[in-house]
Design a protein around this ligand. Structure first.
Ligand SMILES: Nc1ncnc2c1ncn2[C@@H]1O[C@H](COP(=O)(O)OP(=O)(O)O)[C@@H](O)[C@H]1O
Ligand SMILES: [Mg+2]
Length: 252
């Protein structure tokens, strides 16, 4: 995935222009997991929306696995789990996960759905409705749905933002396990420094408006990672470094 010197300016009602991001350069290798951190409003979701072909760049270029985002999206090679991409409450869990097949006009592969339900630890919940599941379980359904068409690229926008701390830590361990089995090129937006460090190969920090990249670190921890890694000195040291980079200028 290649976000090449990308800028995005929105024209607001009344004609005023808002430069959301400026000269953002992100290259993600095949099978790499990158986490994106930054203050609210710095353009993280905008970057994901550009990669998902939900917006067009103002300047620069986005290519994903050699194609433009629109081509990739039309080929259903992008898996997306955004906070606002809710499950459909009237559909069963199985039908929610099957939805991308319907959207793509492809036959539903129930073997694949069963595999994914097992992968996210929800075998046996095929016939349940979303409201019968906990928040963490619903998030796992969203992730299963994002993976069902075997995408080349996975985009996750604060997928665990609404969860309590305990469920969130549990979900981080689950996501790491799921990702380790598939190694899909992943871009994760998160507010949590710990989540970024635990999950990613590389962490990118952005500054506030217009959003720019201000820091990038390679995460040194070997995989598979156990939650114990979060108690090491090195983890704390890196977490401090990232937290400091996230503080508004003038407060260092
Ligand atoms: N469709 C849009 N029209 C106008 N402004 C937008 C639109 N989408 C995002 N923005 C603005 O762009 C900036 C970045 O937004 P966003 O990417 O959602 O930030 P983040 O996800 O980092 O919180 C914000 O100031 C937001 O108000
Ligand atoms: Mg956002």
């Amino acid at each position: 995935m290649n976000v090449d010197h990308v800028g995005k300016t929105f024209t607001l009602d009344g004609g005023k222009e808002l430069k959301a991001i400026d000269d953002v350069d992100i290259k993600i290798g095949q099978g790499e997991f990158v986490a994106l951190l930054g203050p609210s409003g710095c353009g993280k979701s905008t970057i994901l929306r550009l990669v998902a072909a939900l917006e067009d760049v103002s300047t620069g270029r986005v290519t994903v696995e050699g194609s433009n985002p629109t081509a990739l999206s039309r080929a259903h090679r992008l898996g997306v789990a955004f906070q606002d991409h809710a499950l459909l409450p009237w559909l069963t869990i199985r039908d929610n996960i099957a939805l991308p097949y319907k959207v793509a006009g492809r036959p539903v592969d129930d073997k694949r759905i069963a595999e994914l339900l097992a992968l996210v630890g929800l075998s046996g919940f095929e016939k349940a409705r979303p409201r019968q599941l906990s928040g963490g379980m619903r998030q796992r359904v969203s992730i299963a749905r994002a993976l069902v068409l075997k995408p080349d690229v996975l985009l996750l926008d604060e997928p665990f933002g609404a969860l309590d701390a305990v469920t969130r830590r549990h979900m981080n361990v689950e996501l790491q396990r799921i990702w380790s089995e598939q190694r899909i090129t992943t871009l994760l937006v998160t507010h949590s420094v710990e989540e970024a460090l635990f999950l990613a190969d590389r962490v990118i920090v952005m500054s506030g408006r217009p959003g720019r990249i201000i820091k990038e670190i390679q995460v040194p921890f070997a995989r598979p990672r156990s939650p114990d890694v979060q108690r090491t000195m090195e983890f704390h040291h890196l977490a401090d470094e990232l937290t400091l980079a996230l503080e508004p200028e003038g407060h260092h």
